[in-house]
Design a protein around this ligand. Structure first.
Ligand SMILES: [Zn+2]
Length: 310
């Protein structure tokens, strides 16, 4: 079909066209997303154009193709043809060819760049989701909605969602931390339960303490280095005081988890009735672990020591 209208490539006079805005009518969801994010005032809704009474009765009105050359296009610009006061829609190729003011070209570059980035992000996201589906135990820790407190877990989560996967050593580390975290939770509950049931620290001189050494620490004292120990009494409260020389038998690590009995002068803490300080420990001895340790108790204590930083 031959054309003799003024918008045909043969007749077009670029001076007669005033730029109104740009439009996109492609189907890329990424580009649409990016366009929707921009909120550009020059963007023109294609459906609105089609409803316009001033729209030129040509290609665009009939089949959404270029009013100039008839080609199908995704990116185009809208112009007002000043002599006839009609609206025409021109694809970006013709707009460039006839040197019409064409913001669509610029927007197109920007939006496509943003869309490409979004596409990449979505791809990585999908990869991360797939990776997690093969490591279901880690979803709770590293999944999209996880809020890990541990610094390493935080960085592992970032790695996963920035790269789409974790290396095997990273995954192994995550599993290890997960186990630690679970153990810590378990222990926390147990500690809380024990603290709830603990008796208040008895106050006085000549108090007998029977319990487990939770830790031994050195402290610079008036007469040089002093050894202090934290003991958890069988009644549930804890006391802190001098680690008697009679209990010395090696490095401080060897003391943890051992059962002791001693007599001391004990004072209750002002802030915590389940915590006390003892002085002048005497008749201190390690005691048999068989009787007072109920089944599993020692194992529990040792586990507890492994995860606590007392
Ligand atoms: Zn065209």
């Amino acid at each position: 079909m031959s054309r003799d209208d003024c918008h045909s490539p043969a007749n077009m006079d670029p001076a007669d066209y005033k730029y109104v805005g740009w439009l996109y009518q492609g189907r890329s969801e990424y580009i649409w997303e990016s366009i929707n994010l921009r909120i550009d005032r020059d963007f023109i809704d294609p459906d609105k154009i089609l409803r316009s009474k001033r729209l030129f009765d040509g290609n665009y009105k009939a089949k959404r193709t270029c009013d100039c050359c008839g080609a199908v296009f995704a990116w185009g610009s809208v112009y007002r043809h000043t002599p006839s006061n009609t609206i025409v829609v021109v694809g970006h190729i013709c707009a460039r060819k006839f040197n019409l003011l064409n913001k669509a070209a610029l927007i197109r570059v920007q939006v496509e760049r943003a869309a490409e980035a979004a596409r990449k992000r979505a791809k990585i996201r999908k990869a991360a989701e797939e990776w997690l589906s093969t490591h279901p135990d880690l979803v709770e820790l590293l999944g999209d909605e996880a809020e890990p407190e541990h610094q390493i877990l935080k960085s592992l989560k970032n790695n996963l969602w920035n790269w789409g996967n974790l290396t095997e050593p990273q995954a192994a580390l995550a599993y290890k931390l997960k186990q630690q975290e679970e153990r810590r939770e378990e222990m926390k509950e147990q500690w809380a339960e024990e603290a709830k049931n603990a008796e208040d620290v008895p106050t006085g001189s000549g108090i007998e303490i029977t319990g487990v050494i939770l830790s031994v620490k050195t402290k610079d004292g008036r007469y040089g280095i002093e050894y202090k120990m934290l003991v958890k009494d069988d009644r549930g409260f804890k006391v802190w005081g001098t680690h008697p020389t009679s209990l010395w038998d090696g490095g401080s690590e060897g003391y943890r988890g051992r059962r002791v009995r001693f007599i001391a002068n004990v004072q209750r803490s002002k802030d915590d009735s389940k915590f006390g300080f003892f002085k002048r420990p005497r008749k201190a001895e390690y005691i048999e672990e068989v009787k007072a340790f109920s089944a599993g108790t020692k194992a529990t204590y040792l586990k507890m020591l492994a995860v606590s930083n007392i």
